[in-house]
Write a protein that binds this ligand. Structure first.
Ligand code: HEM
Length: 119
């Protein structure tokens, strides 16, 4: 059901109710963080491509939103905000592409983390 929060958020953003969209976005961010926490044990007991690509998507979006908050706090001025957001968008795109590439052409995220623990 995070999908419903997201679609509701997108719908609200298109209409006028801005503060409602902001609070829904806040909720979506926390839900995604909790989902990410839950994905740890799930990935441990159920590793494989489904979790690999879910992690690629969840980690990218979480990082994108999280770093977006940092930018909101520290970057000021219209032009600088636009440049920072463009840079973040590029970074997130490269991150997601790279994680998918790694899942497809290499061992994938679950196995990579498991290998860090093996000797
Ligand atoms: C499995 C990995 C991860 C887990 C379980 C995780 C979990 C969390 C949790 C529980 C929070 C606090 C709640 C929140 O502010 O939403 C948080 C905040 C944050 N995370 Fe992650 N995270 C992970 C990976 C990452 C990665 C890879 C990045 C960066 C690329 C990142 C960037 C951030 C940032 C910037 C915040 C602070 C957001 C704020 O203060 O508004 N996290 N994370």
């Amino acid at each position: 059901f995070p999908i419903f929060v997201l679609s509701g958020y997108i719908q609200l953003k298109q209409t006028s109710s801005n503060s409602k969209a902001a609070s829904l976005h806040w909720t979506a961010e926390r839900m995604l963080s909790v989902l990410l926490l839950a994905m740890g044990p799930v990935a441990y007991f159920n590793p494989g491509p489904v979790i690999d690509y879910s992690l690629a998507a969840a980690l990218t979006l979480h990082g994108h939103w999280g770093l977006g908050q940092v930018l909101t706090d520290y970057v000021h001025g219209d032009t600088k905000i636009k440049m920072a957001n463009a840079a973040l968008f590029l970074l997130s795109t490269i991150t997601f592409t790279g994680l998918c590439y790694f899942n497809y052409n290499d061992v994938g995220i679950c196995k990579a983390v498991a290998l860090l623990w093996s000797k």
